[in-house]
Design a protein around this ligand. Structure first.
Ligand SMILES: [Zn+2]
Length: 184
């Protein structure tokens, strides 16, 4: 793989961790869905002792992140009935229209995809919105929150305080709904 100079595996507490020395500037640590694989990237030449020290200091964080990702994967059906998804998209459309009208914002293009790490995305420059089909298995209030969130990105393509102000204006309960979505 491009830019990777070395890969090693470590056992940190209960977790296996894959560490990649690669052509990056910063250390990053993440737990990747759906298998909750723990991956760390460090700059080439980064000392192994520091890697181990960092992993030890992050032990609790890793355990928590792994159980969160696993729990989410379990709560997620893996077989999808296309008829159910099509029906859901039909229900979704009027919801989107309702919020477009209320917020005075219009998506130019809307698409649906199975995604593992996000509920939606917005390319503000083209007003293209993408929604995760997994939302079909979520409560309607959460779906509406995601719609409001992505529409608000047309105005603020970031997560600035101004962005959250706008979301909060149409969805005062967004903190609870976001929590509900991410902690099934
Ligand atoms: Zn966002």
């Amino acid at each position: 793989m491009k830019g990777i100079s070395e890969i090693r595996h470590y056992q940190i507490g209960r977790q296996q961790v894959v560490v990649m020395w690669k052509n990056v500037r910063n250390v990053s640590l993440k737990v990747a869905p759906p298998d909750a694989e723990v991956r760390m990237s460090v700059p080439s030449g980064y000392p192994e002792a520091k890697v181990l020290e960092l992993l030890e200091s992050k032990r609790d964080w890793i355990d928590k992140a792994v159980s969160k990702v696993k729990k989410r994967a379990e709560a997620t059906p893996t077989k999808h009935d296309p008829a159910i998804l099509r029906a859901w998209i039909e229900e979704f459309k009027p919801m989107l229209e309702k919020w477009e009208q209320r917020m005075g914002l219009r998506a130019a293009k809307v698409s649906f995809k199975m995604m593992t790490s996000r509920w939606g995305s917005c390319r503000a420059s083209t007003r293209s919105l993408t929604f995760n089909l997994m939302l079909a298995y979520k409560p309607q209030e959460c779906v509406e929150y995601v719609i409001i969130h992505e529409l608000a990105h047309i105005v603020h393509p970031n997560h600035s305080p101004q962005f959250w102000d706008l979301v909060g204006r149409y969805c005062p309960d967004y903190r609870r709904l976001r929590h509900l979505l991410n902690n099934p």
